[in-house]
Write a protein that binds this ligand. Structure first.
Ligand SMILES: Nc1ncnc2c1ncn2[C@@H]1O[C@H](COP(=O)(O)OP(=O)(O)OP(=O)(O)O)[C@@H](O)[C@H]1O
Length: 231
């Protein structure tokens, strides 16, 4: 049996400072090629959990492993490189570089990830293929990101996460700005592309209606114990 693409065990994390929010996750894993929706209300710690998974914050206790690599064993710069190599991240606000072109934005993670870069023979060709597969108009590659509609930015953010086929795609509420019809169309396209590159997907949302698209739905309250102390 191959190791899961993501596994958390005995994880504990408390935000430093006066926030007094802490989270404990006994066990959570995502298998290769699996799509998992992590459901939780606002403030339940979903983004905190994604930060732990991406290694932007380090667990105080326990192990977070991506593709078998314990993130706490990497230096801060090695962790940044590891994230760029193996994790495609779709942020809630997409975080595109506004003055960069669509092509610059899609190619960005490859700059920091030589192995991922090596998997893409023709960067411009692959960016164009992903744009077309995600329903973006031809010629968009040379547009500045700031000029795009929200729906277009969202698709560019997906293309940026997928380029070079990282093993894990992590998405933080990427459909929250869309109406139900546009959500369905967007998720269909995103899932087709994720399946084509055999990546695993962990997406967080507060919306139970999205569960039908995923292999598995995990509720925050079933995997995470959170504590808020008044300071
Ligand atoms: N960067 C941060 N610094 C300090 N505390 C933070 C930070 N981010 C989150 N927190 C704390 O963690 C708690 C949970 O926030 P988090 O963003 O993880 O929840 P969420 O489920 O993603 O919420 P939402 O759906 O509203 O984005 C917050 O109430 C806050 O106290």
């Amino acid at each position: 049996m191959t190791a899961p693409v993501l596994s958390l065990s005995g994880v504990r994390y408390a935000w430093p400072g006066r926030t007094a929010f802490s989270i404990e996750v006994e066990a959570l894993s995502v298998a290769h090629g699996e799509t998992v929706l992590l459901l939780g209300e606002s403030g339940s710690g979903k983004s905190t959990l994604l930060s732990l998974i991406c290694g932007t914050v380090l667990a105080d206790q326990g192990v977070v492993a991506v593709d078998g690599q314990d993130l706490s064993q990497l230096s801060s710069s090695a962790r940044d490189r590891f994230r760029a190599e193996w994790i495609g991240v779709i942020f809630q606000q997409f975080n595109l570089l506004p003055f960069g072109t669509v092509q610059d934005n899609i190619a960005l993670p490859l700059r920091f990830a030589p192995t991922r870069r090596d998997r893409v023979l023709d960067v411009a060709g692959e960016a164009a293929r992903l744009c077309s597969a995600l329903g973006l108009p031809g010629g968009i590659l040379t547009e500045k990101a700031a000029r795009l509609s929200v729906g277009q930015q969202q698709r560019v953010a997906v293309a940026r996460a997928l380029i070079g086929e990282p093993s894990l795609i992590v998405a933080d509420e990427p459909t929250s700005a869309l109406d139900a019809g546009s959500q369905t169309a967007f998720l269909d396209l995103m899932f087709q592309q994720i399946t084509a590159c055999r990546a695993s997907l962990l997406m967080v949302s507060h919306d139970p209606a999205l569960g039908q698209y995923f292999d598995r739905v995990v509720r925050m309250e079933d995997v995470a114990r959170v504590e808020r102390r008044m300071t």
